[in-house]
Design a protein around this ligand. Structure first.
Ligand SMILES: NC(=O)c1ccc[n+]([C@@H]2O[C@H](COP(=O)([O-])OP(=O)(O)OC[C@H]3O[C@@H](n4cnc5c(N)ncnc54)[C@H](O)[C@@H]3O)[C@@H](O)[C@H]2O)c1
Length: 354
């Protein structure tokens, strides 16, 4: 099995590279990354130790794919400017050139050289205003979705693929949705076998979390290193809810997808931890205290940014049925596994999180 991973030095890409090299030791696993994400360079040593090929390249440049012109069974497209805040107070140029033009370069390459193209998309393709209009009930530790909803695609099971995408959704979400459309066109026009996974929050060991991306891993790390935190938006109480998917659960799904050979004209799936692995920041704080034994100062900022949403839980029904898969790791597993990673690599990781 030969596997190419763009953005392969990042959190998801590097976890995939190491997993598949272990599973297919004689396969060729290659990673292309421009190392823009802080921390991604730390993975290069592990690539060397595991005979994973690394190409220091940029998906914005078609010529950077030159050394990869061979047949690949699978192409995982994991590169991105993944911040929902990108372009808000700065130019969106890098975001659009990577997340949109870069996808076109990946697709052009994939249509010639790759068997199956798996695109890592995001729950951020759903429109912000209807997400903010969902009927919620404020409980002691979190917002909960009310049983009666007038918007299509939302229920107590979460947000399904039917939820509206037709209104504004952040520059990041729009760049991903536009890329999804292109993946579909390459599937129908050129017969490129492909799959689209709209992931909710992905978390776990190996993630260099920051405030605008990977905040749940950051939350654990700040507790571990005794650093202050802040609840932001929705009254500053930390009751906003997300579902989290453990990187190991995502990998177990991708492994099943890799084995699939039919019905691959770019079907789209919501993928997340679902209600089973959902948390508010407030609840997460208590888990972090329990697991790390530390209590840190948490201030609050009541003001909500234009791209923030109070509740998002993935309705996994479609992907569960299609691939006979479901997430197995709880929020507590996630916090514990992140803590173990931090504690085993304290010196290396401290400067990344403090
Ligand atoms: N982590 C999450 O919570 C989450 C949620 C939903 C979707 N996703 C999607 O999953 C994918 C992987 O995310 P991640 O969490 O691993 O992010 P990450 O930032 O850890 O990894 C992305 C990698 O892409 C690289 N990169 C950025 N611009 C590049 C370019 N122009 N050329 C080559 N490489 C470039 C970065 O250096 C980084 O190593 C992304 O497409 C992201 O949008 C992530």
């Amino acid at each position: 099995m030969n596997i190419l991973i763009t953005g392969g030095a990042g959190f998801v890409g590097s976890s995939l590279a190491l997993h598949f090299k272990n599973k297919f030791p004689s396969g060729r696993i290659a990673v292309l990354d421009n190392l823009k994400r802080r921390g991604s360079e730390i993975n290069l040593q592990k690539f060397k130790e595991n005979s994973i090929e690394f190409i220091h390249g940029d998906i914005r440049n078609p010529s950077d794919f030159e050394p990869l012109k061979k047949a690949w069974d699978i192409f995982f497209e994991c590169s991105a400017e993944p911040s929902v805040l990108a372009g808000l107070n700065s130019s969106p140029k890098y975001l659009l050139e990577t997340n949109l033009v870069g996808t076109i370069n990946c697709l052009e390459f994939a249509k010639q050289y790759c068997g199956l193209f798996i695109f890592l998309s995001t729950s951020r393709v759903y429109s912000i205003s209807p997400l903010r209009e969902i009927n919620l009930v404020e409980k002691a530790t979190r917002f909960e979705v009310a049983p009666n909803q007038s918007i299509v695609g939302v229920s107590p099971s979460g947000i399904s693929e039917k939820f509206p995408t037709d209104l504004s959704r952040s520059l990041y979400g729009t760049s991903k949705l536009a890329s999804e459309y292109l993946v579909q066109e390459y599937a129908t026009t050129y017969g490129l076998k492909s799959l689209i996974n709209r992931c909710g929050v992905i978390a776990g060991p190996g993630q260099f979390g920051k405030v605008d991306q990977g905040v749940y891993t950051l939350w654990v790390a700040r507790h571990f290193f005794n650093q202050p935190l802040k609840y932001t938006g929705f009254g500053g109480t930390g009751k906003q809810v997300r579902d989290l998917i453990h990187i190991r659960d995502l990998i177990s799904l991708l492994e099943k997808q890799v084995q699939t050979q039919t019905g691959l004209e770019a079907p789209t799936f919501n993928v997340g931890g679902g209600n089973f692995c959902s948390t508010s920041l407030f609840e997460l704080t208590h888990l972090c205290q329990e697991v790390t034994g530390n209590r840190v100062e948490i201030t609050n900022e009541k003001e909500t940014t234009p791209v923030d949403i109070p509740w998002y839980v993935s309705d996994n029904e479609k992907v569960q049925k299609r691939f006979d898969w479901k997430p197995k790791h709880t929020v507590k597993d996630l916090v514990s596994d992140i803590k173990i990673w931090l504690s085993n690599n304290q010196t290396l990781l401290k400067s990344s999180f403090c």
